[in-house]
Design a protein around this ligand. Sequence first.
Ligand SMILES: Cc1cc2nc3c(=O)[nH]c(=O)nc-3n(C[C@H](O)[C@H](O)[C@H](O)COP(=O)(O)OP(=O)(O)OC[C@H]3O[C@@H](n4cnc5c(N)ncnc54)[C@H](O)[C@@H]3O)c2cc1C
Ligand code: FES
Length: 282
Amino acid sequence: MILTDKIDPIPMLPRWYRIRRRQDELPNIVTFELEEADNSNRLLFSCGQFNMLYVFGVGEIPISISGDPDHPEQMVHTIRAVGNVSNALCGMQPGAVLGVRGPFGRPWPLDQAEGKDLLLIAGGLGLAPLRSVMHYVSAHRQNFGRVTLLYGARTPEDILYRVDCERWRARLDLDVVVTVDRASERWRGSVGVVPKLIGRAFFEPLNTLAFVCGPEIMMRFVVNELERCGVPCEQIYISMERNMKCAIGHCGHCQYGPTFVCKDGPVLSYIRVRDLLFKREI
Ligand SMILES: Cc1cc2nc3c(=O)[nH]c(=O)nc-3n(C[C@H](O)[C@H](O)[C@H](O)COP(=O)(O)OP(=O)(O)OC[C@H]3O[C@@H](n4cnc5c(N)ncnc54)[C@H](O)[C@@H]3O)c2cc1C
Ligand code: FES
């Protein structure tokens, strides 16, 4: 497992990265593989951490690292175009250069999950920070009990990382269920929201760690269902998103009650944020 507390010695200074490969995932979602422009270094990261990606003259945004932590030379990010910076990023082509600061934040507690069942629950683009977990778990499968991925997309056309999902599903030692909210005529898979899959999955609740990432409303339903199924709340972890500027706990932009999402998160123990998660507009 790659160490987590490695923060860039000059955390506000971006390094220059070049886009090596561009993969158009969905009409408004692009995955980039980046390489350091002068090839001098590799940015080690842990599953669940994020980088600040900087487009010159436009701005900087936090984006999860969705690549394989065993291959840090391939720095992979998946970006949905929703506004100024993300639109500029999604317009970039191989060879273009951007700034990268990071990696930042607390990762998924994979060390605590060793020997236990692992339940990964993702909605929409929430699969991005869990994809690195799937890479890690696939390569170190013997360290974990039963591993289940439950992934929900809006429609079959919105399924992210389709090739990865099919590859993971083909493995006999991983349980992978993909569900959609609304099916097309040709869809033969599961239909319904992702929390409904939890009760049908095989895991030993008291010996399970659950990692959850997706829209906040989905995470609320998921944690309710996990608790109903007997998973203790201290064994549930969620990944939060908030607006960020510094990413090192200085500016307060990402404050969530007493928590700074950039340095205390983005992966947070559910027990730590339980009261806030069910309050609106925080
Ligand atoms: C730790 C962390 C990890 C993240 N990982 C990823 C990732 O892997 N991939 C990714 O695409 N995004 C990720 N995000 C979200 C991403 O940072 C935001 O989408 C981005 O900051 C938007 O900036 P912008 O300048 O493009 O849009 P802005 O100009 O800031 O916003 C434009 C409009 O988009 C809306 N908007 C902003 N953010 C979102 C959002 N997340 N979803 C829907 N609408 C939004 C705003 O309300 C506004 O109306 C992550 C955020 C955090 C905090
Ligand atoms: S982004 Fe500045 S404190 Fe978190």
